[in-house]
Design a protein around this ligand. Sequence first.
Ligand SMILES: Cc1cc2nc3c(=O)[nH]c(=O)nc-3n(C[C@H](O)[C@H](O)[C@H](O)COP(=O)(O)OP(=O)(O)OC[C@H]3O[C@@H](n4cnc5c(N)ncnc54)[C@H](O)[C@@H]3O)c2cc1C
Length: 424
Amino acid sequence: MDAVNVDSPVDRFNDSVEEQYRTLAYDTALSTLLAVLVYVLVKVSLDCIRQWRARISVLIVGSGPIGLTAALVAVRSGKVLKLTVLDERYRSALLCRPQQIALDPRSVRFLLDLGVDFDNMEGCWHNEHFFTKIGVFQEYLLSMLEQKKQKVDVKVHLGTKFSEEYLRKIPRGELPRVIVVADGSCGDSCSVLGISDDYIVESCRVYGANASIERLDQRQVPTPEIRAHSLYFDLSAYGIDTVKYPHSSSQPAAKPGFHLKIYGTFRNRYMALACTSDADSKMMHFLHHTANSSIMKNIFHQSFNAYKMDIEPRLSDLTIHHMQCSRKLFEIMLSYRRVSAAYIEGDNIAVTVEGEAARVLNFDTGCGVNFGMRGLESLGLFIYRTATALDQNDVFEALSAKIQHSRHVAETIRQTGLASAMFE
Ligand SMILES: Cc1cc2nc3c(=O)[nH]c(=O)nc-3n(C[C@H](O)[C@H](O)[C@H](O)COP(=O)(O)OP(=O)(O)OC[C@H]3O[C@@H](n4cnc5c(N)ncnc54)[C@H](O)[C@@H]3O)c2cc1C
């Protein structure tokens, strides 16, 4: 008789138990996966909602061109619930400064992205640069901030100095999460916040001199700048030959000889004269080592009359007395803050320093405002990251990125800033 392979009841029972275990394991894995998925989904959604809803209070110290632009950047970040802008000057003093500002193409693009409409601002275009009076620019930005009041709680307090007393008066629960210090080259708000006043000072390897002249009978309307290159002066009376030496330059695009820039309005004219450091240039050495204001005055006088606009009156022996100028060529140095962003523990405030409060040249090229705009390019992201930070580590990361950008801006200004402002 053939043997028939029939499962015993015990085998059948074992198979069924195995099957049940398999199903159970499968169900458990599936439900665990589902639970993890739901958890991740809920967490991501909650994070998104939290990030979307995150709004902070921001305080801007200083209503110069950089402070007011920073205020627009803050509004634009979409993460600001309350924005306070301060300036120790009253409106009339704030808007009456004589200088004009020259916005380079990169700053123009940055401002266009913030919604600035240059067609509605008094000024003039030349070589893709926009020239306007500093007060006109500030007034325009103030009016833009006024319009943003429907979206954000914007408060502009002119005639209010940022000080320890001002800070003390803010109730603890209402302290800003971000403070932007844009109080210019003479401001002391950083020390109020306990931020070190240490500066790193580095040579731009360029020598220069400045002059200014005020002629009250002239117009105060926006005027394009004038640039002239490869200039040599007749200093034979002082035993200096006008020889053209080959230049070795650290600043890219620098042509040999001196570079002249005439800027500002007809009423408030400014001049900058610069040349790259060249060990062989007798003329540069002579002007660097001889502190004689009449030589420099003469050089600026001749240069102005040679390169001024046709419709502008010449400088005469009479008007030259109104000119103020450097007594000699000086080495152009960039000073920038060692600490450009900081965290105030306890009060949970992140601080960033911008504009001339953060970095400044000892030489005016009339392009200072652009250097400030470069720093603001990382401000929107900084505010976003601080507003959406989960913990202190996230804030530290945002601060560290801001510091790195600030260093990068300073280094770029030192290396190529004068080239773009004067030599090209
Ligand atoms: C004579 C001269 C001519 C110039 N010509 C040109 C030019 O032709 N083209 C050009 O592009 N640039 C020019 N500049 C440079 C330009 O003016 C600066 O680059 C620009 O103003 C810097 O902007 P800022 O906002 O960083 O600082 P600022 O314009 O100095 O603004 C800082 C503000 O902070 C306020 N403040 C300071 N301390 C406090 C405090 N404790 N509390 C509250 N508020 C405070 C000040 O009142 C000020 O309004 C010129 C500068 C000078 C001095």
